[in-house]
Design a protein around this ligand. Structure first.
Ligand code: ADP
Length: 171
């Protein structure tokens, strides 16, 4: 079983094989963690994202799925762009679990050993951290993922404490 760890900090500086971006369906960048990742990776990341095939007009990654690009100037070799749901969307809990699941499956296929996640959907998409964290932790424990470490990198007290509680089984 992978080691599940939580840290407070900035995902762009993590020394892991892959970092996960909380992307949107267009995969063409945005605010929050997405903007931070694009700034740190450099302009080649946006060029790589534009080259991802559209699965529907304007959609390079449907909600609940994940796609990969190189990490360019980041310490991480890969950026896995996972698209979480907006909190009030139908099936939001299922789609959030699916976004984590898809990112982990993609990482396994790439031979990734260490991966860092942000709190997907817990910013602009409005998912309460206290509800999102147990979903994320459950997916990590649901299967014997072939990874050494799954690290959650939390940017504020609310998300950090929610993941701390979920990891302890008290969330
Ligand atoms: P979403 O649209 O999926 O809600 P956001 O980027 O708005 O994505 O927010 C997701 C989470 O990422 C929020 O908890 C936000 O505070 C956090 N975040 C923002 N910048 C960073 C960063 N540099 N590293 C890690 N987490 C970040």
């Amino acid at each position: 079983m992978p080691h599940i760890t939580i840290v407070r900090g900035d995902i762009t500086v993590q020394r892991v094989d892959a970092i996960v971006n909380a992307a949107n369906e267009s995969c063409l960048g945005g605010g929050g963690v997405d903007g931070a990742i694009h700034r740190a990776a450099g302009p080649e990341l946006l060029q790589a994202c534009r080259r991802l095939p559209e699965q529907r007009p304007g959609v390079r990654c449907p909600t609940g799925k994940a796609v990969v690009t190189p990490g360019f100037l980041l310490p991480a070799r890969y950026v896995i762009h996972a698209v979480g749901p907006r909190y009030h969307e139908p099936n939001a809990a299922f789609l959030l679990a699916s976004a984590y699941w898809s990112a982990l499956e993609l990482a396994e296929g790439l031979g990734v050993r260490t991966i860092a996640f942000p709190a997907i959907s817990c910013g602009a998409y409005g998912y309460p951290a206290a509800e999102a964290a147990p979903i994320a932790i459950k997916v990590c424990r649901e299967r014997e993922w072939c990874l050494e470490e799954i690290r959650f990198v939390l940017f504020n007290d609310e998300t950090y404490e929610a993941f701390e509680r979920a990891l302890a089984g008290t969330g």
